[in-house]
Design a protein around this ligand. Sequence first.
Ligand SMILES: *Cc1c(COP(=O)(O)O)cnc(C)c1O
Length: 413
Amino acid sequence: MITRAECESLDDKDPLRAFRDEFRLPPGVVYLLGNSLGALPKRTPERVAHTVETEWGRDLTASWNKAGWWDLPQTTGDRIAPLIGAGPGQVIAGDSTSVNIFKAVSAALPLRPGRRVIVSDLDNFSTDRYVVEGIAKTMGYEVREIGWGEGAPGLDEALGDDVACVLLSHVDYRTGARHDMASVTARVHAAGAIMIWDLCHSAGAMPVDVGEADFAVGCTYKYLNGGPGAPAYLYVAPRHQEVVQNAICGWHGHAAPFAFEPYYRPAAGVRRFATGSPPVLAYAALNASLDIWERVDLERLREKSLALTSLFIELVDELAPASRSGLTLVTPRDPERRGSQVSYRHPEGYPIVRALADRGVIADYREPELVRFGFAALYLRHVDVYDAATALAEVIESEPWRDERYRQRLTVT
Ligand SMILES: *Cc1c(COP(=O)(O)O)cnc(C)c1O
């Protein structure tokens, strides 16, 4: 088995190692939830303070022009674009992922008139499913569900000439399983439907290429470290931009917002998907993090991410094998089919996560019975992986999780 010293020497050779120093990480903690809330970049507090004190405090409304507040959704979107294989003018930053899913699906449906079915993934993140359900109910569409487990109806069965659009997550938030985006998009297009990707667990974890996709959405508070509730983003393929309608057409997406015309005329390009006043302070934090992302080689990031997740799987195989520990790996062993997280099923998953937290290893719990470990390769080291795996083995072995206090469910698990 690999030793801790060997992990240290891998860290010394890591071409991305300098990035760790750009983040504030609490001492004595192995933070494995960069897939939930990314760590704080050291540069962020100063950037937010500048926006508060100078742009707001001193310049007041002049900042809409002078500090570029008005254009933040587009300028920030243009900085996110290279992380998902998109170009300038194709991405707009704003709102939450949920709202962007609503905007994308409701804009996609009229592109396929006469087709009344939205394909939704049973395993998708709750909000993706709920938004689709809400659109179907209020706008009169039918939802057709697919799944990826044994016996579940698959994508190809679901695709027919009545399907208007398909919404899928590139990487599954529970298992970390990853789709081949290009081939799924091609299958959906072959059936004449619109493809919408959710990139919440991909952007900032690996190179992503929206390719031929019609729409894509994602958040920036996970791997992209934009801060709690940071603006999400929406990609709209250039071929659709001049024909699609934003269902939440607000004044920020109007062609001439300061004409205050009585009727809506959409702005050119992706700007029509803007709606209302942007949360400027949140954009400041996100842009501080994007300063870091500009310098990241995403291919190297993916290599390191796979090295870390593979190392974790190997260590847990050795230290806490399924036969002894009751831990069942639900993440694909094939690195190609994996995102940047590793999840195990365990009947005592919740108290195990709580006991790990008391040992400085921060993971989380997702129904059903899943313990999730996220690996943000920008700031995690091989030694962190080693320490997390040994802590997990120790918790399984000596069973501190049996303590009653670990069973109390907190509001956020
Ligand atoms: C995190 C996540 C979301 C979050 O949606 P918000 O509206 O930003 O809270 C949505 N979809 C997926 C797949 C996610 O992983």
